[in-house]
Design a binder for this molecule. Structure first.
Ligand code: SF4
Length: 282
C-alpha cells in the first residue's frame, strides 16, 4: 500500500469534493517535524521507500522545504501533491497569514514527482470542483511551465466527475500539449472525507462511465503516460496519515471522523509495527 502523509492544514481552496480530513481539523494543526521524521526513518528501515506528501496544501507548512530535504536525506522517493499557487506568488490566506512564494528551483530538485491538478479546460468547469477567483487554467499551466524550467518531474492529476466528464477530451488536449509532463493520472471521483461525501450528488459518476472514458482516451492517445485509477482500486491502495498522526486506510473513510478505521498513531512508537504491516500489504 502507498503511504500518504498530510503535513499541513491551511488549505485555501475549499474544494467542494475535498477528500482531506484536514478540513475538519483545527486550523493550523499539524504534525511535529520530529514525529514525522522519526516514523519515516523507522519505516524506511522496514522497506518503505516511497511516499506522497499532501495536505491541504503541503506548501503552506512553514518548514516544508526543510522537511522535504530531511525526508530526501533518509532516501525516500518523494511525490508531492499541491495546487501549486505559491510556486508563482505569495498567497494571502487571511489578514494575519500570508504564505510566501515557494522556491521552485529547490522544490524541483528535492521532490521526485510534483502532482498538479488540472480538472477542467475552462475556468468555469475547473471551479465546479475547486472554487477560486483566479484565472485558474492559465495559472496551472504557468505553474507547470515554471517547474519545468527547473527540470521538475510533473504529474497532472485530474478528478473525473459529473461536471467535467464531457470536458475530459479538451483536458486531454491540454495535457498532450505539455510534452514535458511525465504522467497524467485520471481519478474516478470518490466520495470520501466529510465534504466529498456531503457533495457526492454533484460529482459521482458510474464505474461504467469511467471505463467508457478510459477506453476512449486510451484509444485516441495510445500514450503510456496516462493512468486511469478507478475508485475501487484506489481505495485499497493508500494508507493515509492525517495531521493528528492517525493512520487509516482510505476505504474506511466515512462521514464521521470516528468511523475511519484507525490503524495507529505515528506519535506512538508502539503503533509503528502495526502501520508498517498494513503498508506492506499488496
Ligand atoms: S482537496 Fe486538497 S486542494 Fe482541495 S480543499 Fe481539500 S485539501 Fe485543499
Amino acid at each position: 500500500m502507498h503511504l500518504n502523509i498530510f503535513v499541513s492544514q491551511r488549505c485555501f481552496v475549499y474544494c467542494k469534493g475535498c477528500y482531506s480530513h484536514s478540513r475538519e481539523e483545527k486550523c493550523g494543526e499539524m504534525l511535529d517535524t520530529n514525529n514525522i521524521l522519526n516514523f519515516l526513518k523507522y519505516a524506511y528501515k522496514k522497506g518503505i521507500k516511497k511516499l506522497t506528501i499532501c495536505g491541504g496544501d503541503p506548501l503552506t507548512r512553514p518548514d516544508i522545504m526543510d522537511l522535504l530535504k530531511q525526508i530526501k536525506k533518509i532516501g525516500y522517493y518523494i511525490s508531492l501533491d499541491t495546487l501549486g499557487s505559491s510556486i508563482l506568488k505569495d498567497i494571502k490566506i487571511n489578514t494575519k497569514l500570508t504564505i510566501p512564494k515557494t522556491d521552485a528551483k529547490i522544490l524541483s530538485r528535492t521532490v521526485d514527482m510534483i502532482g498538479i491538478p488540472i480538472d477542467g479546460s475552462t475556468n468555469d468547469i475547473f471551479t465546479m470542483f475547486r472554487p477560486t477567483k483566479e484565472d485558474i487554467v492559465k495559472q496551472q499551466i504557468d505553474i507547470c511551465n515554471e517547474l519545468h524550467k527547473y527540470g521538475a518531474n510533473i504529474c497532472i492529476n485530474t478528478v473525473l466527475h459529473k461536471g467535467n466528464i464531457e470536458d475530459i477530451f479538451e483536458i486531454a488536449k491540454i495535457i498532450h500539449s505539455l510534452e514535458y509532463v511525465k504522467k497524467w493520472q485520471v481519478f474516478e471521483y470518490e466520495p470520501f472525507g466529510k465534504y466529498g461525501i456531503m457533495n457526492k450528488h454533484l460529482f459521482e459518476i458510474s464505474d461504467n462511465k469511467f471505463l467508457e472514458i478510459k477506453n476512449k482516451i486510451e484509444k485516441d492517445y495510445n500514450d503510456e503516460r496516462i493512468q486511469f485509477k478507478n475508485s475501487k482500486l484506489r481505495n485499497k491502495l493508500y494508507i493515509l496519515i492525517d495531521n493528528s498522526g492517525d493512520s487509516y486506510i482510505s476505504s474506511t473513510c466515512n462521514l464521521k471522523r470516528n468511523n475511519r478505521k484507525i490503524i495507529g498513531n505515528i506519535k506512538e512508537e508502539k503503533d509503528w509495527p502495526k502501520i508498517i504491516k498494513y503498508l506492506k500489504m499488496k
